[in-house]
Ligand binder design. Structure first.
Ligand code: NAP
Length: 281
């Protein structure tokens, strides 16, 4: 019986089952990890199911913020950012944790062989994933953590949160239509973190206007989405260094696995599980 699940809406694309089951199997723990489509309206009811039937859950779009409110307890890092991507269920008590921040930090270091400290980091997006990862990167010593988001109020909320948690960090916000500010932020950024859900569907457009990008940009692009997207194609065309979200998924998943089992999974095994896992299975 499945004792662990990944849930989201949409969820069919998820590679978490392949990756997590590979880790469980390599530790002699079978293949206990499944996948379920759960809408935001269904989340409270799902929590009651999980409380009685499951040991652990990973949550993706659009559940991370509501899950922080529904959890009985939060770990320090989840409380700090108000976002939850992992549930640990023990004796009917649901603890919410956030492993996205450590996942992105480790992925940036692995993909670009570089440190976070002193860097200017620009987020495109201000949802649950941006919330968890921006607060974490600000705490890793980033010089600037700024936000471009369709809904300005959400960007401002995250910017204020980063400055509250790490007073030394600088942070500004813009909407994608603010060409001057967006160009300024893109010119001085060391990393652009694509953290919107634009790109999850195959025919999705770019999350920012194409005219803002050019060959002279010194930034590196990290797209949190792990299948091909418009921004990955554009980065390749312009010769901008880029990486997709695969390594972040693996690292945040490894941190969830460790929380559930107390064991450090083999990352090579999880990478193979990611590649072999058929989306939606
Ligand atoms: P979320 O809370 O639903 O936030 C979605 C974000 O995308 C918001 O900033 C939203 O802007 C923006 N957005 C949505 N539709 C848009 C549109 N048509 N035009 C412009 N902006 C739009 O989702 P999330 O949990 O933060 O996830 C965001 C992304 O991160 C997803 O693609 C997810 O797959 C990825 N992710 C990857 C990993 C990994 O391990 N690789 C981990 C976590 C998340 P508004 O604020 O204006 O609504």
């Amino acid at each position: 019986m499945e004792k662990y699940l990944v849930i989201g809406d949409p969820i069919g694309h998820s590679r978490s089952p392949g990756m997590q089951n590979a880790a469980f199997e390599s530790c002699g723990l079978g293949r206990p990890y499944g996948i379920r489509h759960v809408t935001l309206d269904e989340l409270p009811e799902f929590f009651e199911y999980a409380r009685k039937n499951l040991n652990g859950v990973n949550l993706t779009v659009p559940h991370k913020l509501l899950a922080a409110q529904l959890s009985d307890r939060l770990t320090g890092r989840a409380e700090c950012c108000g976002s939850v991507n992992t549930l640990l269920i023990k004796d009917g008590i649901i603890t919410g944790d956030s492993t996205d921040g450590i996942g992105l930090e480790e992925a940036l270091k692995y993909c670009f062989d570089d440190e976070i400290s002193g860097k200017n980091i620009l987020f495109c997006g201000a949802g649950g994933a941006a919330r968890a990862t921006s607060v974490h990167l600000a705490g890793c010593g980033a010089k600037e953590v700024s936000f471009i988001n369709r809904t300005l109020s959400k960007a401002v909320e995250l910017s204020d949160l980063c400055k509250k948690v790490t007073p030394e960090v600088t942070s500004v916000c813009a909407v994608p239509e603010d060409e001057n500010m967006c160009r300024t932020l893109l010119e001085r950024a060391d990393y652009l973190i694509q953290a919107t859900s634009v790109g999850l569907k195959p025919d999705d457009p770019l999350p920012l206007p194409e005219k803002y990008f050019h060959k002279g940009l010194k930034l590196k692009i990290f797209d949190t989405i792990y299948h091909p997207t418009s921004i990955q194609r554009l980065a390749a065309e312009l010769g901008i260094l880029w990486a997709n979200g695969k390594e972040m998924l693996i690292r945040q998943g490894a941190a969830s696995f460790e929380l559930w089992t107390g064991l450090k999974p083999d990352l090579a095994v999880m990478r193979r599980g990611f590649e072999e896992g058929t989306p939606g299975k």
